[in-house]
Ligand binder design. Sequence first.
Ligand code: BJW
Length: 256
Amino acid sequence: MRENIDTQHFVTQWLESRTGKVPNIVVLTGAGISAESGLQTFRGAGGLWCGHRVEDVATPQAFIRDPVLVHQFYNERRKGLFGDDVASNPAHKALADLQQNWLGEVTIVTQNIDDLHERGGSDDVIHMHGEICKSFCTHCREKVEQKEDSSIEDICSSCGKKGSMRPDIVWFGEMPYDMDIIEMKLAQTDLFISIGTSGNVYPAAGFVFMATNAGAKTLEINLEPSMNAQIFTHGMYGTASTEVPRFTKALIEAVD
Ligand code: BJW
């Protein structure tokens, strides 16, 4: 088991190593940051993939084979996201606070398709795996907001084609969004923080290598060490809602 860092010591040392420069931070989040907001993670007992085979719902081939099932899968999750019991948690809010109070740049990249970072106060989030509240037309590529259920009966408001709308989700085998921007931010970062992701899915699981190559310190915050834990220079193990605010508070206080 990896040792938890001494937060104050880490922050002081990191800032000293960056003297003369306003350090930039890239944060990657995964399903674990939304777990305490009432949303299921993907892997492990009781996870989202438990009731579904990934290849039945999260590939372009699945959508061609059974679009009704795929629309249904995302309709249920969209409804769940707007349930009374789902809200952003202290981890989302702490990251928004960091974005607003840090002198350098804080880039938040999320693999999550929910809108909890935005509800927590962040307005500049890269959703590399898409967003459940958007759909796009496979015919003309027009993107629209999708707050209600979607179906194979939907008509594209731009080109008028019926049955061409699909959830704006990056499925296996598809290129995640904004990779050019993400790679640029990683190449310029001084600290990379990965929160609540298992490190199973690429290219996100490879970001720690890119940040390491850029000379950045790398910190994993997770309930337990992820698949990539040994690659990170540092780790904090506990719930995101406790560990993230603890770390961001130490960062903000150090430069006050
Ligand atoms: C807590 C907590 C708490 C819990 N506090 N922590 C062989 C080798 C390498 C790659 C490939 C390969 N074969 C195929 C590939 C590529 C493939 C891939 O990676 N496959 C692997 C499965 C092997 N990747 C792709 O296809 C991607 N595209 C691609 O690669 O394009 C080519 C390319 C080339 C070069 C450059 C760029 C691109 C696309 C991937 C799309 C992933 N889509 C999904 C579905 C989205 C839609 C949906 O939501 O339905 O995205 S899959 C699913 O996994 C979802 C997630 O974003 C993603 C990651 O999951 P995440 O967030 O890590 O969740 P979990 O559940 O795995 O982990 C939760 C973690 O939280 C755990 O660690 C817990 O401990 C922790 N936790 N509670 C803190 N309270």
